[in-house]
Write a protein that binds this ligand. Structure first.
Ligand SMILES: NC(=O)c1ccc[n+]([C@@H]2O[C@H](COP(=O)([O-])OP(=O)(O)OC[C@H]3O[C@@H](n4cnc5c(N)ncnc54)[C@H](OP(=O)(O)O)[C@@H]3O)[C@@H](O)[C@H]2O)c1
Length: 337
């Protein structure tokens, strides 16, 4: 497959607002040992990209400085030692960076086949949220069939994935979101009930809806004063899983409550985890979740697509929080150099 020497990409010119995202020209990266080069057709936009653009979320050592944590496209080149993929394979991939570009390199274990029935745009919207939800709701949170889950930020990329996967896995799902329309979207995706947190106290509503028992698992991206409220809403042996701290990282915790109710408070971040860990999560997803995607039981929710060169608009839209689901950048091939 012919690969040009240079490519178009979006770089973070300096830390700041959406306008610092700038179209640039870069060398096409070379895949290292165990890596493939992907001709990118679509790249998912995630909230962590916004934090990186603002200077608060540096790429891990060795990762591309370009933003972009997930892509879908076609394998064009195999690095040394790659066994799993062939040139021409259509994949989606979890990246540590570099997705906002015409070409990106990914460790082979972080690639998965484009799910049958999904477009490249839909496939690009899968990796970051599906890896995150799997690792946090099902692994750390140990959610089981017949249990209940509360998802905060239910209309986010993460939230729309968590609602669908948990409902498909046989859990009862509750969600919070910031508008009536967002709550309706959560219910359409499989939540039993969604609370508009601007109008109602989610603790009161969900405690009432569970007959006073509370929920088994909570997936939270808010933090701050939500921590104590979340812990108070867990059932005995409940698990609170923290994946972000949008409202602050410090909290006051009633340790006696944790003891009395045998609660677990945990959390994780995906990006700094070792390649082998991400490959293990990929294998678990291929086994448990890819069949659901290919049957159409779960589907990434695409809110809007924009061409790569309009990445600034994509970030402004994400920061407006008007979206429900995912924003995806699309890339058309430029002629080989
Ligand atoms: N730990 C990990 O491994 C990991 C991986 C990926 C993402 N994340 C985190 O997960 C979160 C969601 O990511 P995403 O890409 O799905 O983002 P997203 O689609 O932009 O969704 C974020 C949503 O959170 C709500 N929100 C924003 N600011 C808030 C605040 N201060 N308090 C309460 N709610 C707020 C908004 O909806 P409302 O209108 O409902 O408020 C917004 O739509 C981000 O914080 C991201 O950093 C963590």
């Amino acid at each position: 497959m012919t690969v040009p020497s240079r490519m178009q990409a979006i770089e973070i010119r300096e830390f700041g607002g959406p306008e610092v995202l700038t179209l640039t020209d870069r060398p096409v990266p070379t895949p290292g040992h165990g890596e493939v080069l992907i001709r990118v057709e679509a790249a998912g936009v995630n909230r962590p990209d916004v934090f990186q653009r603002k200077g608060g979320y540096a790429p891990p050592p060795g990762a591309s400085d370009l933003p972009g944590l997930e892509v879908a496209g076609t394998v064009t080149t195999r690095g040394p030692g790659v066994t799993r993929w062939q040139e021409g394979d259509q994949v989606c991939a979890l990246l540590a960076g570099g997705g906002y570009a015409e070409y990106a390199v990914a460790p082979e274990g972080q690639c998965l086949p484009r799910p049958a029935g999904l477009s490249m745009i839909e496939a690009a919207a899968v990796p970051e949220t599906f890896f995150t939800v799997w690792a946090n709701v099902f692994e750390r949170g140990r959610l089981q069939r017949g249990e209940s889950l509360l998802v905060h930020g239910g209309s986010s990329g993460i939230g729309t994935t968590a609602i669908q996967l948990a409902a498909r896995a046989g859990a009862t799902v509750f969600a919070t979101a910031g508008s009536t329309a967002k709550c309706a979207a959560c219910v359409a995706l499989g939540a039993t009930h969604a609370v508009n947190y601007r109008d109602e106290d989610f603790v009161t509503v969900i405690r009432d809806r569970t007959g006073g028992r509370g929920v088994d698992v909570i997936l939270d991206m808010v933090g701050g004063e939500y921590v104590a409220r979340n812990l108070s809403l867990l059932a005995d042996d409940g698990r609170l899983v923290q994946i972000a701290v949008l409202q602050g990282s410090t909290a006051t915790v009633d340790a006696a409550l944790v003891m009395r109710r045998r609660l677990t408070f945990t959390g994780s971040t995906l990006r700094p985890r070792p390649i082998a860990e991400k490959a293990r999560i990929a294998a678990a997803l291929a086994d448990a979740v890819w069949p659901w995607l290919e049957r159409g039981d779960v589907r990434p929710q695409i809110y809007r697509t924009l061409p790569l060169e309009r990445a600034s608009e994509a970030h402004a839209l994400m920061e407006s929080s008007a979206h429900i689901g995912k924003i995806v950048l699309t890339i058309t091939a430029s002629s080989p150099a």
